[in-house]
Design a protein around this ligand. Structure first.
Ligand code: ADP
Ligand code: ASP
Ligand code: MG
Length: 458
């Protein structure tokens, strides 16, 4: 069985959804059954919904209403373009019902003047609920036996709102009860990504970009043969195409390389996607929905073991970058690095539920990068109780990933040589030794990326 996930731009409008239908039809003809389809919200919709929640919470109901009206029209137009007859009526009434509820929520938020994670999830989840319902109907209207599956009854999560984690045992049971019978009956289940619910049925979301993760959870739950991530680029590229002009396609990469690239900023894949795939050893393929004949990028557990040609022959498989980071320097004021210092330090980040990406340490100081700035003020205050603290924002991280870094020391040296004229704030190579990561000032990022890309892929 194949699981196909279509991202926001791949379901952005009726034309994109028609391309999706053609891809699903082709797959079905080739495979004889399935596929299971997971879809994102139409592009821009999740951002818009979260903005609407913020407007509601700020008491700006008129602005929220205007934006809801635009979204309502966009979804109704898509539903009308893609479905007909009784099916059109039923989808249109679902869409209208969702927007009526959203209007009521936006109004209630204005009264409460408080937007909680739980409310953000209830609002944010609507993008995927709407798109999946419309797409299921559209696929059926095109003559394929599709069935809409409500992700809130299928993906069971903890209650960490806005970044919930799936409970795999419950989720697998729910998938076996809902999806597997549909697939066995020759149908095409269509469900929204990103969305789940707690055991008590409270709506949750898996974190931004989480539809990839949903696809992997579904793939693992039903024991898929391959998980396909259909998106707007040809696959994993050697660098972020918004930073480096014409990066190259990476045809194959290992799970370990993919997960480091995703973690360090290659947005094309949600960092958690790889986990369920690794556990079940299910290949993940990234493909372009505008060029369905391309091979895309195939992510496998052991690229070299298969004797496959890997980009990593060139030393580096790909580059990734992350912007808008803050570097926190913590210098021990009263002591050299006594034991217990690191524990105290990381307890502060834990208390404020803020994760750190890169860590470097010297005799008396520790530097960490943080991309969630929400609690930086209180974090600095708490750290200041036992250390000198300084925070520098507008920083970026650049990460070169490749399995050969593990065995060939000259590659890291080459990376640093290319960057010799760039002031580096931190340099790190973690235990995996599969990446070398530098932290630099954001204005230096694009130049540094381009130079490194030229060196390894130019
Ligand atoms: P989707 O909506 O399909 O999930 P995303 O916007 O989440 O798509 O991810 C695709 C985007 O990721 C691309 O359009 C590209 O700009 C960006 N991206 C960043 N780094 C990379 C990379 N190394 N390879 C491919 N795409 C990348
Ligand atoms: N729609 C969600 C987001 O924009 C999830 C996704 O598209 O993967 O974050
Ligand atoms: Mg995405």
């Amino acid at each position: 069985m194949i699981v196909q996930k279509f991202g926001g731009t791949s379901v952005a409008d009726p034309d994109a959804i028609r391309r999706l239908i053609a891809i699903v039809r082709d797959t079905r003809e080739r495979e004889g059954r399935g596929p299971a389809v997971v879809v994102s919200a139409m592009s821009g919709v999740t951002d818009a919904l979260l903005a609407i929640a913020a407007l509601g919470g700020a008491g700006r109901f008129d602005d929220a209403h205007t934006r809801l009206q635009q979204l309502r029209e966009r979804h109704l137009a898509a539903a009308n373009a893609l479905t007909s007859g009784a099916r059109r009526d039923s989808v249109a009434s679902f869409v209208s019902g969702q927007f009526d509820e959203l209007e009521a929520v936006a109004r209630a938020l204005g009264v409460l003047r408080e937007v909680t994670g739980r409310t953000l999830d209830a609002v944010g989840a609507c993008g995927e609920l709407l798109s999946s319902r419309i797409i299921a109907a559209a696929v059926e209207d095109a003559g394929l036996p599709a069935t809409w599956v409500d992700a809130r009854r299928t993906i069971v999560t903890d209650d960490e709102h806005t970044r919930a984690a799936p409970l795999m045992r419950e989720t697998t049971a729910a998938l076996r009860a809902s999806l597997v019978p549909l697939l066995d009956a020759g149908r095409v289940p269509v469900l929204g990504g990103f969305v789940g619910a707690t055991r008590d049925g409270i709506t949750t979301t898996l974190g931004r970009g989480g539809s990839d993760y949903s696809a992997a959870i579904v793939g693992a739950g039903i024991g898929a043969r391959e998980i396909q991530i259909w998106t707007d680029v040809d696959g994993m590229l050697t660098a972020d195409p918004r930073v480096v002009e014409s990066p190259r396609l990476v045809p194959r990469l290992s799970f370990a390389e993919a997960s480091e690239l995703a973690y360090f900023g290659a947005k094309v894949l949600h960092p958690s996607t790889i986990l369920p795939a690794v556990e079940r050893d299910i290949p993940v393929r990234i493909v372009n929905s505008r060029k369905p004949d391309g091979e895309g990028t195939l992510i496998l557990s052991d690229v070299d073991g298969e004797g496959q040609p890997s980009m990593a022959r060139q030393g580096i498989t790909a580059l990734a970058c992350k912007r808008d980071l803050s570097v926190v320097d913590i210098t021990s004021s009263r002591m050299l690095m006594a034991y217990g210092f690191l524990r105290r330090l990381f307890e502060v980040f834990e208390r404020f539920r803020t994760s750190v990406d890169v860590v470097t340490t010297s005799e008396v100081s520790v530097s960490v990068t943080v991309d969630d700035r929400r609690h930086l003020g209180p974090i600095s205050d708490a750290l200041s109780e036992f250390a000198d603290v300084s925070v520098e924002s507008n920083m970026a991280l650049l990460c070169a990933v490749g399995d050969p870094l593990r065995t060939d020391a000259s590659i890291a040296a080459r990376v640093l040589r290319v960057l010799e004229s760039v002031p580096l704030r931190m340099v790190s190579q973690a235990a995996s030794r599969r990446n070398i990561t530098v932290v630099l000032r954001q204005p230096d990022l694009a130049g540094a990326m381009q130079r490194l890309h030229q060196e390894f892929f130019g």
